[in-house]
Write a protein that binds this ligand. Structure first.
Ligand code: ADP
Ligand code: MG
Length: 229
């Protein structure tokens, strides 16, 4: 397997007063392009820390992270934010859309942080909103959309810069079961059709098992990897 993403003995240590917190403890793993990976574990087990480091939001205390062969820990701040904005798509717990911008503008916002600004941005935003099933609502404001529809906008936004990898941190946490399943199905479809790697943190064990591989975190350590049957 040619790895798209490789972590070698990655640790993250916080010092808070006299306390030393090992948020991530020598995690090594290898992910191929196009994989759908789920991450499970109790609260505080290091899941968010793991995806934050992979996404270049946090720097590790030690270890190495290779993305498409490039050592991202060696990047300076400007290059690291370029990596974050142009190569990674993010989805957070809440859809975190800006309420004063329309669905289209929220999706276009992603391009603002990337280098490539062009006239095609609006067309791309509309195309992506169509792809996630809300092409009719490009002019709607978040307050006019349901929770599920807001997630669809968030998925379109994550795709805006054509990332190689999408990191989703409990993106459906507060949705009802049915809508959550719908959004998960959509993420699976996007993963296959767009050939974008997906790393998804979820509390939903049944959904986690539908991934190609399920990573189990405990006390900052990667304690298990389950391949889908
Ligand atoms: P999870 O996402 O699995 O709930 P986190 O990655 O958020 O876990 O946290 C892992 C551990 O690191 C927890 O013990 C948490 O309290 C600690 N932690 C996270 N961020 C910080 C921080 N900025 N400062 C100190 N400790 C932190
Ligand atoms: Mg978390």
């Amino acid at each position: 397997m040619v790895a798209q993403l490789e972590l070698k003995e990655v640790s993250k240590i916080y010092r808070v007063g006299d306390n030393v917190i090992t948020a991530l403890d020598r995690v090594s793993l290898s992910i191929a392009k196009g994989d759908f990976i789920s991450v499970v574990g109790h609260s505080g087990s290091g899941k968010t820390t793991l995806v934050s480091i992979v996404g270049g939001i946090l720097r590790p205390s030690s270890g190495q992270i290779l993305f498409e062969g490039e050592d991202i820990c060696a990047l300076g701040d400007v290059d690291l934010s370029g990596y974050r904005n142009e190569r990674i798509g993010f989805m957070f717990q809440f859809a975190s859309l800006l309420p004063m911008l329309t669905a289209r503008e929220n999706v276009m916002l992603a391009a603002l942080f990337a280098q490539e600004r062009s006239r095609e941005e609006q067309q791309r935003a509309d195309h992506l909103l169509d792809l996630v099933g809300i092409g009719e609502r490009v002019e709607a404001y978040p307050g006019e959309l349901s929770g599920g529809q807001q997630r669809r906008v968030a998925i379109a936004r994550a795709l805006m810069n054509n990332p190689g990898l999408i990191l989703a941190d409990e993106p459906t946490g507060d949705l009802d079961e049915e809508t959550e399943a719908e959004i998960m199905k959509l993420l699976g479809r996007i993963n296959r059709e767009q050939e974008v790697t997906m790393i998804l943190i979820t509390h939903n064990a049944a959904l986690a098992r539908t991934a190609d591989r399920m990573l189990r975190m405990k006390n900052g350590r990667l304690v298990g990897v389950t391949e889908r049957e």
